[in-house]
Design a protein around this ligand. Structure first.
Ligand code: GLU
Length: 498
């Protein structure tokens, strides 16, 4: 493939809010397309709306992209041959292109104030008509009329002179052919009186000058595309390919919004979602690997399988449970070392510091002990959010207790004497000053059960809840090994007494 044929795609956020899942998915699909084709991924910041653009949002968008691992080849910080990549630094470039349109007669001066437009809109509506956004008021001003407006010092914007007949269409790479009748496309403003281009104009100028081959974006832009095509035509530029991705809905199939839960990438980060899981889940929103293949995939695997043809044209519903499931699967697939890094961050946050009295041999500090706990937990470690509840009991006595399990298994007349009997048996059968292996605890539990004429489970269930506060934990014998015989006895006795 020649250099020229390599796709160049871009993500062009407006820095007016956080990086939300819709934007992140747009960024991801562009990134995947570039990475899967050996193309170039450009990040461009569309900050021409000076009132709504903020530094904070700009920083949050870059942070979100970096967290997801969506690296850009050209753009802020990365540089590149097509910069600057902030629209506010490209004003001369837009002005130059505007001048061409003015010279060719494709752009004209408009002196209508917001107030004028509002009044005329009202009049049209009062007469039962439809107002499409503009009524061509300044389209055919004479030179003398223009001069008069200018003499009055009226603010002047520029509009594109659009064709009034025929249609504008394109073959969308995701939704197939789209066609709009030109008569419904009004002469929109391309350059505002404040000297800034509008989004419609800047996006076309930049996509062209940055050599963008595929404009892949959310389908909320479908209605902008025909107007943008008319700008390309007026400037005599070749069209890029357009692809519009379906919107993301909430579980109730209404447009995803705050009321459905987290929507910004940073919120998911705080909720303990791993970047790899977020990326994986976002990829599945509107794309599927096809076949009966596993949906839990790394960025690399998705890149290998990705194709625009498999992007779905119907809206995708955001499923929080599925995201959590995928997150759990990603945690399970981490190496022991990676899991430990995650667990250590949680341990630090929780301030876990194990009393030296309870350290076990081979794990002579809290971190080493944590490593043993995480190894024992194995695949039960599937959420960063629940981990403190899940393993806090190893580190402190005032740990999380699931009251329902406690009432059912521990606080009963049947369980109390059994726990005392087991504590006695451990005390007499095992050396409390020595580390004991899981097998040793199993042996004591089985022989005690036999002696008492009960099933081993009748000792195991209350013991598990007495030690961990929960009815689900790592293997009980391993839990006892990690707790040590002395602490196990102590917890059993205090549970039986409480
Ligand atoms: N800046 C536009 C937005 O944030 C995106 C423009 C585009 O992708 O064409 O919605």
């Amino acid at each position: 493939m020649s250099e020229l044929k390599m796709p160049r795609v871009r993500f062009a956020p407006s820095p007016t809010g956080f990086l939300h899942v819709g934007g992140a998915r747009t960024a991801l699909f562009n990134w995947l397309y570039a990475r899967s084709q050996g193309g170039t991924f450009v990040l461009r910041i569309e900050d021409t709306d000076q009132e709504r653009s903020t530094e904070e949002s700009y920083a949050a968008i870059l942070r979100g992209m970096e967290w997801l691992g969506l690296d850009w080849d050209e753009g802020p910080r990365a540089g590149g041959d097509h910069g600057p990549y902030l629209q506010s630094e490209r004003l001369d470039i837009y002005r130059e292109q505007l001048d061409k349109l003015v010279a060719s007669g494709d752009a004209y001066k408009c002196f209508c104030s917001a107030d004028d437009l509002e009044k005329r809109e009202q009049a049209v509506r009062d007469a039962g008509g439809n107002w499409e956004g503009y009524d061509s008021h300044c389209r055919d001003l004479t030179a003398a009329e223009v001069a008069a407006c200018e003499a009055e010092g009226k603010a002047c914007a520029y509009r594109l002179r659009t064709p009034t007949e025929g249609s504008t269409f394109w073959y969308d790479v995701i939704v197939d052919k789209r066609e709009f009748q030109n008569e419904v496309l009004v002469d929109r403003v391309i350059f505002k009186a404040d000297g800034f281009p509008t989004y419609q104009f800047a996006v076309v100028v930049d996509d062209h000058l940055m050599g963008i081959s595929h404009v892949l974006r959310g389908d909320d832009h479908v209605s902008n595309t025909p107007f943008q095509i008319l700008i390309y035509n007026a400037l005599g530029w070749k069209l890029p390919k357009f692809g519009h991705m379906p919107m993301i809905l909430g579980p109730d199939r209404k447009r995803l919004s705050k009321r459905h839960g987290a929507t910004s990438v940073e919120e998911f980060h705080k909720l303990g979602i791993l970047p790899a899981a977020m990326l994986n889940y976002l990829a599945l929103l509107g794309w599927s690997p096809g076949g009966s293949g596993d949906e839990v995939l790394s960025a690399q695997a998705i890149t290998k399988k990705f194709s625009l043809k498999k992007v779905n044209s119907s809206p995708a519903a955001f499923d929080y449970d599925k995201l959590n499931h995928i997150n759990g699967e990603h945690i399970k697939r981490l190496s022991a070392k990676e899991r430990l890094v995650l667990a250590k961050a949680i341990s630090d946050e929780q301030g876990w510091a194990l009393d030296p009295e309870w350290l076990i041999s081979g794990a002579d500090n809290t971190d080493a002990y944590l490593a043993r706990v995480i190894a024992t937990l194995g695949n039960r470690f599937s959420s960063l959010v629940t981990l403190p509840e899940q393993i806090g009991f190893f580190f402190k006595d005032d740990h999380f207790v699931d009251q329902e399990s406690w009432d059912e298994h521990v606080a009963t007349d049947e369980a109390r004497p059994l726990m005392i009997a087991l504590a006695d048996a451990i005390e007499t059968g095992l050396d409390l000053d020595q580390a004991q292996a899981a097998d040793a605890f199993e042996e004591v539990i089985r022989t005690t059960a036999e002696k008492l004429g009960v099933k081993a489970g009748q000792l195991i269930h209350p013991s598990r809840v007495a030690l961990s506060g929960q009815s689900r934990s790592a293997g009980i014998f391993e839990v006892m090994e990690l707790m040590g015989a002395r602490r196990t006895v102590k917890r059993l006795r205090s549970a039986a007494a409480g």
